[in-house]
Design a protein around this ligand. Sequence first.
Ligand code: S3P
Length: 449
Amino acid sequence: MSASVITVETRENASQNLIIQRSDSQLSLQGRIRVPGDKSISHRALMLGAIAEGETQIKGLLLGEDPCSTASCFQAMGAEISELNTELVRVKGIGLGNLQEPVDILNAGNSGTTIRLMLGLLASHAGRFFTVTGDTSLRSRPMSRVIKPLQQMGAEIWGRKGNSLAPLAVQGKSLKPIHYNSPIASAQVKSCILLAGLMTEGKTTVTEPSLSRDHSERMLRAFGADLVTDPATNSVTITGPTQLYGQTVIVPGDISSAAFWLVAGAIVPDSELVIENVGVNPTRIGILEALAMMGADIQQENLREVAGEPVADLRVRSSRLKSCTIAGDIIPRLIDEIPILAVAAVFAQGTTIIRDAAELRVKESDRIAVTAQQLNKMGAKVTELPDGMEITGGTPLVGANVDSYTDHRIAMSLAIAALNASGKTTIHRAEAAAVSYPEFFQSLAGIIK
Ligand code: S3P
């Protein structure tokens, strides 16, 4: 008999409850998993493909809700994108400056990357008018972080609450280049400005306080942009106008999705998992560094380079974890993995401190508050800090009624916590997982032995 039962209950309003019922017998996780394509790279491949000249072929695209939002926005502006699938997506690019004025409101759904990166392109399409919105969560997330630098470039953008919240209206203009010193390490801010710089005559530079993920820099360069980075100052300069040319993009597995299995394999006794084909870009592997500090047994195997991104298979075996401190420059390299790292910390000996992560408060949910509240419902000892959490590990978890707050990463983190909790855990609004990992529940059921 299986040591645990996983049931998905669909409610009348299409919301789903994920129920994880632990029996008394021992449970272990075994097997090989292929995680879906990297979300950040999937967005960028669709966007650059749409505005490049010629055809872009995308292999391994993430079929989550977020990249679907990006595809539908760019289709509404004239790009021809074939049916989305993981095998091969063909994007017929329309060339620099040729995004058409959409006849309706663009909808970025739940996706901060879609709206923020796209704004750089919309703002620089002179003479065209755009409106853009998103779901309840996205309409409450701060847009001033991209609107302010775009306004410095001469952009005209209007929105709610002093031009800071979507829905937004954009009157495209010819922009002027700037050197922007970003107060936050954000790949969305950096990428937005670089995309605005594509069509802008002259040198547009972004400097960030510490290096955020560099997928835009890698892909823009591969598509032919004139782009120079200065690692000594965390700066990147694009010289515009610069035409892009369609390429083949092979999307690696998303390390942010692999993170759930890395933590699951580490905390569930007698487990061994191999997560295949995972992107291990140095700007994304903070999770591997943090878990190594906690004593996790994780090996990178078959390290290789695929279409400009490093890729490896990750083998994790369960081990005793200990607490650590996660703060400073590592934070942008693991920002999306903090909810699942908090789960690891709950099962580690000692008190783990996470700081310098105030950004978590403006993600798909307030991830500091929601992670602390939901894990505490299961008996964890998590204290909120203004910019992080203090987590005292070692107390056994007990199944409870918890809620994702419609945040995909919270839904999946709670499912992994539930694997190691006694009794029954019900995760409400678990369907949120489909934003980045539609097959998460099936993969979970497949590795439980
Ligand atoms: C992303 C950047 C990060 C990350 C998000 C994806 C990207 O956001 O949290 O999930 O693809 O550029 P910030 O740039 O706001 O840190």
